[in-house]
Design a protein around this ligand. Sequence first.
Ligand SMILES: Cc1cc2nc3c(=O)[nH]c(=O)nc-3n(C[C@H](O)[C@H](O)[C@H](O)COP(=O)(O)OP(=O)(O)OC[C@H]3O[C@@H](n4cnc5c(N)ncnc54)[C@H](O)[C@@H]3O)c2cc1C
Length: 334
Amino acid sequence: MKPFVLLPASGEAEAAASVAADPGARFIAGGTTLVDLMKLQVETPGTLVDITRLGLGEIEDIEGGGVRIGATVRNSDLANDPRVRERWPVLSEALLAGASPQLRNMATVGGNLLQRARCNYFRDVTAACNKRSPGTGCDALEGHHRGHAVLGGSDACFATSPGDMPVALVALEATVETLRADGSTRSIPIGDLYVPYGDDPAREHVLAHGELVTGVVLAPSAWAARSTYAKARDRASYEFALASAAVALELDGGVIRTARVALGGVGTKPWRSTEAEAVLVGDEATDAVFEAAARAALADARPRRDNGFKVELAQRTIIRALRTLRERAVEEAA
Ligand SMILES: Cc1cc2nc3c(=O)[nH]c(=O)nc-3n(C[C@H](O)[C@H](O)[C@H](O)COP(=O)(O)OP(=O)(O)OC[C@H]3O[C@@H](n4cnc5c(N)ncnc54)[C@H](O)[C@@H]3O)c2cc1C
């Protein structure tokens, strides 16, 4: 690993200014992704600004039954928070489906939102990768790409957006709060945070260098309270999604009034499917409608040589999640 300087930041503004002033500086939170990438020499920051002592480790109640989740809240604390489990269960379930207990005890909200691609060619400095070294090509095109995206890719990059939590937050229409080095703040709808890898491989999100994620805001709703996360992966723990679905439904009798569908493991960003939502809303919560919604969600899929199985896998994962919500509604009504 290349030597680096570790700077403990004592204030949010100081942290943002320190990173913004130095192109070779990075924020470090739990370090569970960044340190790996430094060992692999994929990332070689000269300075790490430690943001774990900024007082961003709380989940606060806000007006109207919502919460503001500080950027350094640990994934395990967020998953087990009683408010989150009751009002936004998809978030708790997505977090618990990710990584391992040890990793979740270290990983933070901000770091999870901004974790980098898990493509093997991105993580191998001897391979061609437009994300790591723009203009060098993409070895995944002819290489091992079973885990790669079927939605949103290009010949420049079709790595899969890796996180589970961001998929849940996209379904929940969360807002990401940031602080820039000039002291200004932004509230970014999470749907606008990510740049699909295929569009501009070197750019994964819209944040400026040195822009600090300070928190995530969630609003309550009837549909958010009826939400769930389903994840298909090669082993039951410690593994990224091959396909996942974050879904939420507001049901009126058997009729779907509101629907949210977001996909993980198949897209080059956490993938909201308004197409699936449009099929669901106004119709009965039947298997036939769920199947039609799942087909709509993957209608634009462009599989390559080895990842075609993801289309059906993602459809089945969406249907499984929707059935879970229907079963819970029936149990509650009984
Ligand atoms: C073996 C393994 C299995 C895994 N499995 C899964 C899985 O199944 N699902 C899943 O979703 N994830 C998985 N992960 C990834 C894990 O969730 C992430 O490593 C973790 O969430 C990153 O959080 P962190 O706080 O450790 O981030 P760090 O490593 O500290 O930082 C990650 C990036 O975010 C930036 N950053 C951090 N905080 C901020 C902030 N507040 N503002 C701006 N930038 C910031 C850093 O500069 C860095 O670029 C796995 C990781 C490993 C090692």
